[in-house]
Design a protein around this ligand. Structure first.
Ligand SMILES: CC(=O)N[C@H]1[C@@H](OP(=O)(O)OP(=O)(O)OC[C@H]2O[C@@H](n3ccc(=O)[nH]c3=O)[C@H](O)[C@@H]2O)O[C@H](CO)[C@@H](O)[C@@H]1O[C@H](C)C(=O)N[C@@H](C)C(=O)N[C@H](CCC(=O)O)C(=O)O
Ligand SMILES: Nc1ncnc2c1ncn2[C@@H]1O[C@H](COP(=O)(O)OP(=O)(O)OP(=O)(O)O)[C@@H](O)[C@H]1O
Ligand SMILES: N[C@H](CCC[C@H](N)C(=O)O)C(=O)O
Ligand SMILES: [Mg+2]
Length: 495
């Protein structure tokens, strides 16, 4: 695409110099590390780095045009001044990648917990229909069978548009993507044409970033206001899928002009679950779809997973998929890696690795395990460094109140002192209780497994699929499932 054509998409701008020699744009990027000959570099004022200070580096690497929001000293290439480079980035990347999201069915999922799980279930439903699917979220970006690494749950808008574009090229038709609250505030999905937006739930997380729960809820609401009321490329109406049991779900009804599809268990919903029976190997329940009843036996356990299944079912139903086809996929779905993932052993002690890193997530995981545990429940848990500090005493209290043996440890301490994080967890626990604490997560897991007796369960919470521990700026290899297996093997050898 020619530069002159591309920057036409920015209406309010000043170009210096006014007349420039046109060129074919090789890449639009906000990152100097990606710049190649013929790129347009967009200077973003980030939390750590100001892209305006990196303009010379970008030009040295071949940038042929700069988009800026702050006055730059005279430079060798044309500069397009705009009011907000973040917005310009959204507009330019959408045009450069030819508004790929309009050629795809895009299902966005937001909420504190359950996004990764729900997007994986949605992906499985459409894949089961024989479609090529896309997935964007915490664990990876998936373009049909190709798996790409990811830094954020919701990537920056350029990476996102690039990924969507590649999906179109590869023949993908439906994309399930996690949309985090931070991404919504930062405009990482500006310009993305969602067809369906799903809300899972809202409980405490990320208050380090949003400061108040009201701000956090507002951030989530942006997905629903952004959904709009236009008809999709296929002529289907846009739909907001809302968990009606969560009071915030009800609030979001007023934030969108799209059609509403509600799901829930407690309140009167369009799509409901009833007669729920949870057992160690799975869950059975009746799915009530506008009054019509279907019986389901799924492999996932826990009431919260019934909510996740309802959310995914509703999203597919909103796209017009036949309930029988959705149910066929739901009954086969094996669960997601690192979400209540069972690690068994001959010693009959089991470990469960789960990504519960919020108070509500931890409570749900423990309540679910308590429902089917025959022996005692151990809970190895830590709290992330450089993340919401208010979660720490709350998660500690939940571990103490809902498990028989809580053990506190580290979970990605990042730039913080791990012992300080543990001390801040201990604030939530009555002083007379002696909680074993281990800064070294491996020691904590080994201790719990060594103490456990046959039929006991050791929940290892907070890191799920993560295969690293971030200490300072360094990512060390660390995998809870691997560690649990090693500890269980060691226990068997010792017995
Ligand atoms: C606090 C926060 O959200 N930070 C995000 C933000 O980074 P930032 O503002 O600090 O950016 P910066 O590093 O100052 O860089 C500014 C600009 O300079 C550019 N730059 C920088 C260095 C360089 O050498 N060259 C260069 O061009 C950068 O590309 C950028 O354009 O913009 C970046 C690009 O979009 C994000 O990757 C980054 O996420 C960081 C890694 C992060 O940890 N974010 C977390 C808090 C987050 O976003 N989490 C959510 C929710 C998770 C969940 O609940 O599932 C998520 O969606 O991941
Ligand atoms: N619907 C739900 N309600 C409450 N807790 C849930 C729900 N679904 C999952 N959880 C808990 O939260 C953990 C994380 O689940 P999942 O990865 O699906 O959420 P997420 O929203 O993608 O999280 P993140 O914000 O880190 O991306 C699970 O391991 C489980 O303990
Ligand atoms: N998306 C969440 C994941 C937290 C996972 C936990 N292991 C931690 O590092 O705190 C975050 O970045 O806050
Ligand atoms: Mg996720």
């Amino acid at each position: 695409m020619q530069a002159s054509k591309l920057i036409k998409s920015l209406r309010f701008k000043k170009i210096v110099p006014k007349n420039f020699e046109d060129f074919s744009v090789s890449l639009v990027t906000q990152d100097t590390r990606e710049v190649t000959l013929g790129s347009i570099f967009i200077a973003i004022k980030g939390a750590k780095v100001d892209g305006h200070k990196l303009v010379h580096e970008a030009i040295e690497k071949g940038a042929a045009m700069i988009i800026a929001q702050e006055e730059l000293p005279a430079i060798a290439v044309p500069v397009v001044y705009v009011q907000n480079t973040n917005k310009a980035m959204a507009i330019l990347s959408s045009f450069f990648y030819e508004t790929s999201s309009q050629a795809l069915r895009v299902i966005g999922v937001t909420g504190t917990n359950g996004k990764t799980t729900v997007t994986h279930i949605i992906e499985a439903i459409f894949r089961n229909l024989g479609e090529k699917t896309g997935l964007i979220g915490t664990m990876y970006r998936k373009i049909d069978t190709e798996v790409l690494k990811t830094k954020n749950t919701t990537p920056d808008i350029i990476t996102l548009q690039r990924t969507l574009n590649k999906m179109v090229e590869k023949g993908v038709s439906t994309v399930a993507m996690e949309v985090s609250s931070i991404a919504l505030i930062q405009g990482r999905v500006w310009g993305v044409d969602f067809d369906v937006a799903v809300f899972t739930n809202l409980t405490q997380d990320h208050l380090d970033y949003h400061k108040t729960m009201a701000n956090y809820a507002h951030a989530k609401s942006l997905l629903f206001s952004q959904l709009g009321n236009r008809y999709t490329h296929s002529g289907d109406p846009k739909v907001a899928v809302l968990n009606i049991d969560d009071p915030i779900g009800e609030q979001f009804e007023a934030d969108t002009a799209a059609e509403i599809l509600t799901y829930g268990i407690k309140k009167e919903a369009m799509i409901k679950a009833a007669n729920i029976e949870i057992h160690g190997e799975g869950t059975s329940f009746d799915l009530v779809v506008f009054g019509e009843i279907f019986h389901l036996d799924v492999k996932m356990v826990g009431l919260f997973n019934v909510y996740n299944i309802l959310a995914a079912f509703s999203a597919a139903y909103a796209c017009g998929v036949d309930p029988a086809d959705i149910i066929a996929a739901l009954e086969q779905f094996p669960g997601v890696r690192g979400r209540l993932q069972l690690v068994t052993s001959a010693s009959k002690v089991s470990a469960i690795v789960d990504y519960s890193h919020t108070p509500d997530g931890l409570l749900n995981a423990l309540e679910t395990i308590n429902d089917f545990a025959q022996g005692k429940v151990f809970c190895v848990v830590g709290c992330g460094g450089d993340r919401d500090k208010l979660k720490r005493p709350k998660m500690a209290k939940i571990a103490v109140e809902h498990s028989d043996y809580p053990i506190f440890t580290s979970d990605n301490p990042r730039s913080e002192n791990p012992q300080t994080i543990i001390d801040e967890m201990l604030v939530g626990v009555p002083e007379m209780l002696e909680i074993p604490t281990f800064v070294d997560r491996r020691e904590a897991i080994n201790f719990a497994v060594a103490m456990a007796k046959p039929t006991d369960i050791v929940l290892i919470a907070g890191k799920g699929h993560e295969d690293y521990q971030i200490i300072g700026d360094t990512k060390h290899h660390f995998d809870d499932v691997e560690e649990a297996k090693k500890a269980l093997d060691l226990k068997e050898q010792g017995d």
